[in-house]
Design a protein around this ligand. Structure first.
Ligand code: KIV
Ligand code: NA
Length: 266
């Protein structure tokens, strides 16, 4: 199978082919979505929320991101793998940002890194791109900014905020990002930003006019039962499948039905 590159992603925008993206954090999920034909896999810092059980993404470390990225890369032969730069790995100074971006590529094995912010991180994006590491930007509802936003709230509803988001989008494109995630913004604003950029926009809670879409795999499979935002569509109920499998196992162990002859050695 042919490895997807950033050139393929740029071509897809130019030709109007929608770009499909999902998150993955381990080998089996990565292999399943790679086989199914996903264009890009994001090793998101959402791993903190959906796998580690934290309330937000802030506690996630570089070591955790590298560990999950290695597993995902081993399960991938075709999709382009992007890894999130965790909180505090790129905000302090450019030297740390470059070093940490390099580690995620060198030790994790991903093809690109993603970081949150607009105008305020344009210099950081340019510094990483100058190392020949492709960068995806992420603007709008940026989960690492939870304390500034006062919760996970739709961004860019007020006119002034919307103008700033367009400015942010243009700034990250000018800084050299090859794509930008638009999260939690009104669909009309996402349409306007998508039309203004030559790099693809990947939406999550940003409507249908983006060049591509991304969702968290645990959300679309119904593996996150505690909270589900409006923009999440459930494509399967895997929790129910897992629960009934576990319950049946417990029943059979308690009842002495498992292991039977078929699953025992003579
Ligand atoms: O961490 C993540 O999963 C993300 C996507 C939802 C865009 O950043
Ligand atoms: Na993220």
């Amino acid at each position: 199978k042919k490895q997807t590159t950033i050139l393929d992603i740029q071509r897809m925008k130019a030709e109007g082919e929608k770009i499909s993206v999902l998150t993955a954090y381990d080998f089996p999920f990565a292999r399943l979505m790679d086989d199914a034909g996903i264009d890009m896999i994001l090793v998101g810092d959402s791993v903190g929320s959906v796998v580690s059980g934290y309330d937000n993404t802030l506690p996630v470390t570089m070591e955790e991101m590298i560990y999950h990225t290695r597993a995902v890369v081993r399960g991938t032969s075709r999709a382009l793998v992007i890894v999130d730069m965790p909180f505090l790995s790129y905000q302090v100074d450019l030297r740390e940002a470059r070093l940490n971006a390099g580690r995620l590529i060198k030790e994790g094995g991903a093809q690109a890194v993603k970081l949150e912010g607009g105008e305020n991180v344009a210099e950081t994006i340019a510094a990483i791109v100058a190392m020949d590491i492709p960068v995806v930007a992420h603007i709008g509802l940026t989960p690492q900014s939870i304390h500034r936003m006062g919760g996970f709230k739709v961004q860019g509803k007020a006119a002034e905020q919307a103008r700033q988001l367009l400015t942010d989008a243009l700034a990250v494109e000018a800084a050299g990002a090859f794509a930008v995630v638009l999260e939690g913004i009104p669909m009309e604003l996402a349409r306007e930003i998508t039309a203004a950029l030559s790099i693809p926009t990947i939406g999550i809670g940003a409507g249908v006019h983006c060049d591509g879409q991304v969702l968290v795999i645990h959300d679309i499979l119904g593996l996150c039962e505690k909270y589900s935002p409006k923009f999440v569509k459930r494509y399967a109920d895997v929790s129910e499948t897992i629960r009934s499998g576990i319950e049946e196992y417990i029943r059979e162990v308690k009842g002495g039905e498992f292991p039977d002859e078929e699953h025992s050695f003579k």
